[in-house]
Design a protein around this ligand. Structure first.
Ligand SMILES: Nc1nc2c(c(=O)[nH]1)N[C@H]1C(S)=C(S)[C@@H](COP(=O)(O)O)O[C@H]1N2
Ligand SMILES: [Mo]
Length: 263
């Protein structure tokens, strides 16, 4: 298996990842009334309760994180709680500048033309199949401040605004009993997600970053923002969405990254 960017050992990932999560946890655990919430914040999948870690110290958090990384996709899917929200943050905690990442350098970010851009909807959907940017902008918008966690060992908090993906899927007449939604990007990157995550209340077709039109480096004209999933599951520059029962894989997933990739 060949990685086009540096492959990071799970250990390295977990160590840096653990640090930010432990910080969140400490703040949450200070207030006993919020203990349960604190636990849920740490789970990245609600598995803390099942793994028997009390999450009161760094060691148990690390143990849990290690266990998460060995869970397979089916178990993760089974444990996914559609009603569990990823933590949100105050504006003061936004990471500035927000990091850029892709399988290429920043100079090679694709330029998508707003006027000719079309989002194609394919597969198991009976509604509108071609969307312009203006049509997407005309849908009800919401915004969220959440943490993006990259498997290469960094995390950052940002603010994204856009259309709730479940809302979009309903408008597109998607068959929400299908297993997968695949997402294809202008740079030929692609990924795919499970339907429960597609329908999660925090899954957003993001058109803005920090109140501005989504800049090219962060995925213009549109990315799928999922705070319940790791960075590589958050595709930028999406040009086509497909609803399907056939496993679509993904750019990094096909090179060994865990498919479920989240909580
Ligand atoms: N189209 C596309 N989307 C992508 C990627 C990519 O290379 N191409 N990289 C993924 C990875 S690994 C990360 S960490 C995030 C980085 O998003 P950011 O540049 O907004 O920080 O984008 C994800 N989505
Ligand atoms: Mo990433």
């Amino acid at each position: 298996m060949t990685f086009r960017k540096k492959a990071v050992k799970p250990d390295t990932f977990l160590r840096s990842h653990a640090e930010s999560i432990i910080n969140d946890a400490r703040n949450e655990l200070k207030n006993p009334a919020r203990r349960l919430l604190g636990k849920r914040i740490l789970t990245l999948g609600g598995i803390a309760m099942l793994s028997g870690c009390d999450l009161s110290n760094d060691k148990s958090v690390n143990t849990m994180l290690r266990r998460i990384s060995f869970f397979n996709d089916d178990v993760q899917a089974l444990l996914f709680n559609p009603n569990e929200m990823a933590p949100t943050y105050p504006e003061s905690m936004i990471t500035r500048p927000f990091p850029f990442n892709a399988f290429y350098d920043i100079d090679d970010v694709p330029e998508v033309d707003a006027a000719t851009y079309r989002l194609q909807v394919g597969g198991l959907a009976t509604g509108k199949r071609v969307w312009t940017l203006d049509e997407l902008r005309a849908l009800p918008q919401e915004s969220q401040i959440t943490r993006h966690i990259c498997i290469e060992g960094w995390s950052a908090i940002g603010r994204w605004g856009g259309v709730r993906f479940s809302d979009f899927l309903k408008r597109a007449g998607a068959d929400i009993t299908a297993k997968y939604v695949s997402l294809h990007c202008a740079d030929n990157y692609w990924t795919s997600i499970d339907m429960p995550t597609a329908l999660h209340a925090q899954t957003l077709l993001a058109l803005t970053y920090d109140g501005q039109v989504l800049p090219p480096k962060y995925g213009f004209p549109m990315k799928l923002r999922m705070p319940t999933k790791l960075g590589y599951k958050n595709p930028k520059h999406i040009v086509a969405i497909s609803v399907t029962n056939e496993y679509p894989g993904g750019y990094w997933e096909n090179q060994g990254y865990n498919w479920f990739g989240g909580s």
